[in-house]
Design a protein around this ligand. Sequence first.
Ligand SMILES: NC(=O)c1ccc[n+]([C@@H]2O[C@H](COP(=O)([O-])OP(=O)(O)OC[C@H]3O[C@@H](n4cnc5c(N)ncnc54)[C@H](O)[C@@H]3O)[C@@H](O)[C@H]2O)c1
Length: 299
Amino acid sequence: MAEPEIENIKNILVVGAGAMGSQIGLVCAMAGYAVAVQDISSEMLEKAQKQLAGRMDRNVEKERMTRQEADEALARLTFTTDLEDAAKDADFVIEAAVEKLDIKRELFRKLDEITPDHTILATNSSTIESSRVADATDRPDRVCNMHFFNPALVMKCVEVVRNPGTSDATIEATVALTEKINKSPVLLNREIPGFVANRILHALANEAISLYENDVASFKDIDTACRTALGHPMGPFELMDLTGIDIAHDVRMVKYERSGDENDRPKRSIVERYERGDLGRKTGKGWYTYDEAGKRVSP
Ligand SMILES: NC(=O)c1ccc[n+]([C@@H]2O[C@H](COP(=O)([O-])OP(=O)(O)OC[C@H]3O[C@@H](n4cnc5c(N)ncnc54)[C@H](O)[C@@H]3O)[C@@H](O)[C@H]2O)c1
């Protein structure tokens, strides 16, 4: 059996053409790799293809790249619903399909069957550690998490997470690939829910909510402190409105269900907004209120 090596990675398969998969595909194509983006939905593939072409047009307009560079990157990208055909010569797979364990396990079982022996199977999942899909394959040593951040075209960090069965060769090749696609690898030596960046983010958000619920300061002033004292681009309440209070609620519920620790439950002020349907920018109201154009109007 051939050990995975960075020099042998030429063709990349991205499974899932949603918010993450489409942009991850373009990131790899911009770095010179031949990339197939596969999805079960041809609608999603068409949408992804249009959006990525539009992104590249804007990059050319803003003189971030030449027309030729943009066209060459787009030419390295193919979009398909045919998983078997896309997988047969893939050297590296990044799975970015929906966040459902049974779907991911079935995908990993199938990918194990239809990809070459040396191929690394990585998952972009934010909450499913790779050991939970590795045991659906006969190559657990070639499975790990490769966790991009949203929007993948912009955010530099990629967390590479080793599971107890991941081989050194897999980790070395995945870290090297992360560098080749111009991202900053953060290596986790073992699996831990939330990985590194989101754990820190949640700890910060929980402290911010406690300060607010204990009437120490308004949420607006806590946001101001994070921006003006800590240099964060936005405060924790502003960020929750952007990503969705439903996500903040659900992530905490999943954590609570897994740990059984009452401290992990979503806090009162999150539950109240969640139950009222005040989910942030997408509903026009969360912590702050927004007009129809998405501009903040109060407080
Ligand atoms: N959205 C984020 O902020 C974010 C950030 C980091 C990681 N992630 C992870 O990325 C993954 C995808 O998230 P997303 O936000 O892009 O989701 P999304 O809902 O935008 O896209 C998911 C895509 O998967 C496709 N799909 C479903 N089943 C499939 C299958 N069997 N085979 C192929 N494609 C299939 C869907 O058609 C859809 O296009 C998840 O695992 C998530 O945890 C998301």
